[in-house]
Design a protein around this ligand. Structure first.
Ligand code: SF4
Ligand code: SF4
Length: 415
């Protein structure tokens, strides 16, 4: 397979079909979680300065996107774009959220809009009627029971569990239908909780299956590595240590790391997945592929930081900003975006060419340490032996649970 480069057309297409605009509405937070990605453990983000994003910046960005959606190219279907609110704690800037929602709702444009938010739920009691009325897809950060939640403390160091639990229960009681359809949970795993305790608590109390994430292991400050290692808990290990492993693995389905790997493996290598009818006529060996698992800039979302920086997502270092919103203008140079992206790909292309993982690569290049240097090394690289091991890891899982084949191939869409 030949390697392909990113083109300006790819970036334009991504913006025309933009799935999500994520707004960092403030960098202020009413909690001080010990492992926060914007806290002491990490580097690689703009200094937190108690800022609030201005509506002017949001309006400038949205107007610019509306111009693209209306005039760049016509699309024949009605696309949907989610406006996501992110922080800090987004509810600390509820005024901006309300202004933005009202503005978007009054746009005369052939596009659906949905709203989403990730919140720590501390202010949920105050704003839940509004959130439920607008049907926000709300992701609540909750690390399980009181012990699990004990790293999520307020400014005086007090565990936020009681407040959060009370607020979430209130939301569930006051708006049961909204809660059932639009509310989900994400828990961070660490040394004070486990997959089993977190899952059981959230399932029993709220009837939901939480997603669970490990602590972010990139950009850790060198003087904090020991603390990070003490706090970190590996998801697979935690799961295998569960008393009811089989039942739990079944319940969390693709949240189980081996099943998640099998999903990717089957979709890439079974030869039985087709995105549309055109796929049936394509010789996949002739296809060109773009190295790494990095998404096309704006292929998933556009992220506007509280300082007006534009980044392709909120999960990567702020130094990877590709433009900004300043003085009533969106400054995005498509040539710069494409050249910089391709320059990173070039640095990795030698490794990717001979990497056996390339057809199922999920490695985002922005997480590769020293990608800005001349010879970055990808730790996801697989030689033939690594790949054979990976293949048997997936196939042995399938041999134990053959019913997963049908379930994974028919129920889950991999983008
Ligand atoms: S982490 Fe990387 S691959 Fe994932 S959405 Fe962000 S830029 Fe894309
Ligand atoms: S795992 Fe690393 S070396 Fe392999 S294809 Fe992905 S980015 Fe390239």
């Amino acid at each position: 397979m030949e390697q392909a480069k990113l083109t300006i057309n790819d970036v334009e297409d991504a913006l025309i079909n933009l799935k999500q605009v994520t707004l960092e509405v403030t960098d202020v937070c009413n909690l001080r979680c010990k492992y926060c990605g914007y806290g002491d453990l990490y580097f690689g983000y703009d200094k937190r300065q108690d800022k609030y994003l201005s509506f002017d910046k949001v309006k400038t960005l949205i107007d610019w996107l509306v111009y693209i959606w209306k005039f760049f190219k016509t699309v024949s279907y009605m696309p949907t774009t989610t406006i996501g609110f992110y922080g800090g704690e987004p509810l600390m800037n509820i005024d901006l959220i309300k202004q933005t929602v009202e503005y978007v709702e009054n746009l005369k444009i052939n596009r659906n809009f949905l709203f989403a938010m990730t919140t720590n739920a501390v202010l949920l009691d105050k704003y839940m009627d509004y959130i439920a009325e607008k049907k926000f897809n709300t992701l609540i950060s909750l690390d399980g029971n009181s012990e699990g939640q004990s790293y999520r403390v307020n400014h005086s160091g007090r565990n936020s569990f009681d407040t959060v639990y009370r607020n979430v229960k209130l939301l569930q009681q006051e708006h049961p239908e909204y809660f059932a359809e639009h509310v989900n949970f994400n828990a961070v795993l660490h040394n004070r909780n486990s997959v089993e305790s977190t899952y059981s608590f959230i399932k029993n109390e709220f009837g939901k299956t939480p997603t669970m994430s490990e602590l972010n292991n990139s950009n850790i400050r060198s003087d904090k590595i020991e603390e990070f290692n003490r706090t970190y808990r590996n998801k697979s290990e935690s799961l295998y240590q569960s008393e009811n492993y089989e039942k739990l693995a079944e319940d969390i389905f693709i949240g189980e790391p081996q099943t998640e790997n099998l999903l990717l493996f089957l979709h890439q290598y079974s030869g039985n997945t087709f995105r549309d009818y055109n796929d049936l006529f394509i010789d996949k060996n002739e296809l060109r592929y773009r190295p790494t698992g990095t998404c096309t800039p704006f292929g998933k979302k556009i992220f506007l930081t509280v300082n007006g920086k534009i980044i392709q997502c909120e999960r990567i270092d702020h130094n990877f900003a590709v433009g900004n919103v300043e003085n009533g203008k969106v400054n995005l140079d498509f040539d710069y975006i494409v050249n910089r992206f391709n320059a990173y790909l070039d640095k990795l292309s030698k490794q990717c060419k001979v990497c056996y993982r390339k057809k199922s690569c999920t490695q985002c290049m922005y997480y590769i340490p020293d990608i800005d240097n001349n010879k970055p090394v990808c730790h996801g690289f697989m030689n033939k032996t690594d790949f054979e091991n990976y293949k048997s890891y997936c196939m042995s899982h399938l041999a134990k649970k053959p019913y997963l084949y049908k379930k994974l191939m028919t129920e889950i869409l991999v983008e």
